[in-house]
Design a protein around this ligand. Structure first.
Ligand code: SF4
Length: 504
C-alpha cells in the first residue's frame, strides 16, 4: 500500500495554522513555532516498518508552495491519505478533500484529530472523507486497519461511509504504549521542527498519553494497595483541555522509563540533538516513582547532562524530591499551565489546583534552577477587569521571581472547543457571541465568548511582561552560554510575531 500522511499548506491572511501537535488552534504570524506531530510520526514509522510506502508531507511546517505540494501528492498516487484536522480548520480541509477526490478518485481519505474524535459522523458529513478515526491512539488503529483484510477485522474506533450510510466498528481501545516503535526521525523530517525557546537542534517525544497527577492523585497515591503503579485513576480534568477529554478520555498512561530512555538515547547518539521536549499532557512529572526509575535509567546509560530535557508539567507536582530528580536527570525547562491567577477561575475550570499551589510549585522549580515557561489565558466569561489584573500581577510576580534567562510566558484567549465540558457550559449559559457551530471562529486569537474585559489588550499586556525592565535585566545577567544568545534572538523574533497576532 501507499500511504500519504499530509498537512496541506493552508494559510489565512498569510498566517500559518498551528495544527501539528497543537491542542489550542490558532493562526500565527510567528514563524518560530513548528511542533512535531508525535502521534503522526509513530503512525508513519509503524506503516513503514510493516512494509508500506509512506509519503510524509507536512506542507504547513515546510512552508510549502501549494502547487508543489499538490504535485508531489498526485505523483505519489496514494491508496490512503491520512489528515489531521481540528474544528476551526475542518471546513478548509473539507474543501481540500474535495480537490483530492476530483484528482485522485480511488484514494481513500482518513481523518483524525480531537474534533473528529468527538464528532466522527459530523466530520464525515462535512467533508467527503471516507473514514474518521475516533481516539488518540489513531497510529495503532490506522496501522491495524491497513494491515488486516476485510471490514470484519477492522479495529474499534473507525467510522466509515458505506452505501451512503455511516457505519462504525464500535469504540476504540487504548493500546499498550510500550509496543510503540522507535520513531523514524528521517522519514518524519525531524529537522524542520522546533520552537524558539528550545536549544537547536531539538526534538520531541511523548513519554505517555494523557494528563496524570491532578491534586486528587495525592489521595490516590496514599492508597498503599495502589502504590508504585505508573498509571492513575485520578487524571487531570480541566474543562477546556481538549486532548485530555477527547483523545485520552480523561486517563493517563506512561511508557516505561526504559522505553523513553531508548528514544532519548537514539536522539542524542544518532541525531546529536541538544534538547528534547516531552509533549505529553503533563509529562511524566506527576509520577515520582516513574521519575526515580527514569533517573536511574538515564544514569545507567550515561546520558544525564548530555542532552537538555524539557517537559509540560503541573505546578502542584513540583515538590522538592521531584525538582531534585528533574535536575539530576537533565531537565532544563518546564512548560507549566497557570491558566489564571484566581482561585475561583481555577475552581470553575476544575484545574484541581489552587493559586498558592501554582505559585509554590513554580517558585520551587525556579529555586532548583529549572526554567519556567508559563501558559496563561484571558477572557473567561465570569472574570472581570480586576480578575484579569489579578492574573497579570500573579504571572508577573512569578516571572520576576528568581528570573533566569529563558523564563517566559504565553498568553491566549480561552476557547471552548466543541465537545469539551467548557463548550457545553458556554452553550448552557449562552456565553457565545458567535454561532457556536461556526467552528472557523474557534481561533485562540479571537474572542468568541462574552466577556467584560478587552481580551486583546490583556493578552498583549501579558506578553509584554517579557519587556518589563527588571525581567530583561535579570535575564541578561543570568545569560551564561553562547548558545543562549541565539536562543534570545529567536525568542525576541517569536515574541514580535506573537505580539502581531494580537494587533487588532
Ligand atoms: S493540568 Fe494541563 S494537561 Fe492536565 S487536564 Fe489540566 S490543562 Fe490538561
Amino acid at each position: 500500500m501507499k500511504i500519504a500522511i499530509i498537512y496541506p499548506p493552508l494559510t489565512f491572511h498569510n498566517d500559518y495554522p498551528l495544527l501539528t501537535q497543537n491542542r489550542q488552534f490558532k493562526y500565527t504570524n510567528s514563524l518560530e513555532v513548528r511542533i512535531y506531530p508525535v502521534v503522526m510520526a509513530y503512525l508513519a514509522t509503524m506503516l513503514k516498518k510493516t512494509g508500506h510506502r509512506v509519503l510524509y508531507l507536512d506542507g504547513i511546517n515546510l512552508r510549502m508552495d501549494k502547487a508543489i505540494f499538490n504535485r508531489q501528492l498526485v505523483e505519489f498516487s496514494p491508496d490512503f491519505i491520512v489528515m489531521e484536522t481540528k474544528a476551526p480548520i475542518l471546513k478548509s480541509h473539507a474543501q481540500y478533500i474535495k480537490l483530492i477526490k476530483k484528482n485522485m478518485s480511488r484514494t481513500k481519505v482518513i481523518l483524525v484529530g480531537d474534533h473528529v474524535t468527538f464528532f466522527p459522523e459530523e466530520s464525515l458529513k462535512i467533508s467527503q472523507a471516507d473514514m474518521a478515526i475516533q481516539g488518540g491512539d489513531y497510529d495503532f488503529i490506522i496501522n491495524e486497519l491497513i494491515n488486516v483484510r476485510g471490514e470484519k477485522k477492522w479495529p474499534g474506533g473507525i467510522y466509515y461511509t458505506k452505501s451512503g450510510r455511516i457505519k462504525n466498528t464500535g469504540p476504540s481501545r487504548f493500546y499498550d504504549l510500550n509496543q510503540l516503535p522507535l520513531i523514524d526521525r528521517e522519514l518524519t523530517m525531524w529537522k524542520i521542527y522546533g520552537e524558539a525557546y528550545l536549544y537547536h537542534p531539538c526534538a520531541y517525544i511523548m513519554s505517555g498519553r494523557g494528563c496524570g497527577g491532578s491534586n486528587s492523585y495525592k489521595n490516590f497515591k496514599s492508597n498503599k494497595k495502589l502504590k508504585g503503579q505508573y498509571d492513575t485513576k485520578m487524571p487531570g480534568l480541566c474543562t477546556f483541555c481538549i486532548w485530555q477529554h477527547s483523545f485520552w478520555r480523561c486517563s493517563a498512561r506512561l511508557q516505561s522509563p526504559e522505553k523513553v530512555a531508548d528514544e532519548i538515547e537514539n536522539l542524542y547518539r544518532n541525531y546529536h540533538v541538544k534538547e528534547i521536549f516531552d509533549d505529553n499532557e503533563s509529562g511524566a512529572i506527576w509520577n515520582e516513582k516513574w521519575l526515580n526509575d527514569f533517573h536511574r535509567e538515564m544514569k545507567k546509560r550515561n546520558l544525564t547532562g548530555k542532552v537538555s530535557l524539557s517537559s509540560n508539567a503541573r505546578a502542584d507536582s513540583l515538590t522538592d524530591p521531584v525538582c531534585r530528580l528533574l535536575k539530576a536527570s537533565g531537565f532544563r525547562l518546564l512548560k507549566i499551565g497557570i491558566e489564571s491567577g484566581n482561585d475561583k477561575t481555577l475552581n470553575m475550570l476544575k484545574k484541581d489546583e489552587t493559586t498558592s499551589e501554582t505559585m509554590n510549585g513554580v517558585k520551587k522549580a525556579k529555586e532548583y534552577g529549572l526554567i519556567a515557561m508559563l501558559t496563561t489565558m484571558v477572557g473567561y466569561p465570569w472574570e472581570t477587569e480586576n480578575d484579569a489584573l489579578q492574573t497579570y500581577n500573579f504571572t508577573k510576580e512569578i516571572m520576576l521571581y528568581k528570573t533566569h534567562f529563558g523564563d517566559s510566558l504565553q498568553s491566549s484567549i480561552v476557547v471552548p472547543y466543541p465537545g469539551t465540558p467548557l463548550y457545553r457550559q458556554a452553550l448552557k449559559n449562552k456565553w457565545f457571541i458567535v454561532d457556536p457551530e461556526k467552528y472557523e471562529n474557534f481561533d485562540m486569537a479571537h474572542q468568541i465568548l462574552k466577556t467584560s474585559i478587552n481580551t486583546v489588550k490583556w493578552c498583549k499586556k501579558m506578553w509584554r511582561i517579557h519587556l518589563h525592565p527588571l525581567f530583561i535585566i535579570k535575564s541578561i545577567f543570568t545569560l551564561r552560554k553562547w548558545k543562549d544568545i541565539k536562543l534570545a534572538f529567536r525568542g525576541f523574533i517569536s515574541l514580535l510575531g506573537h505580539l502581531r497576532d494580537y494587533s487588532a
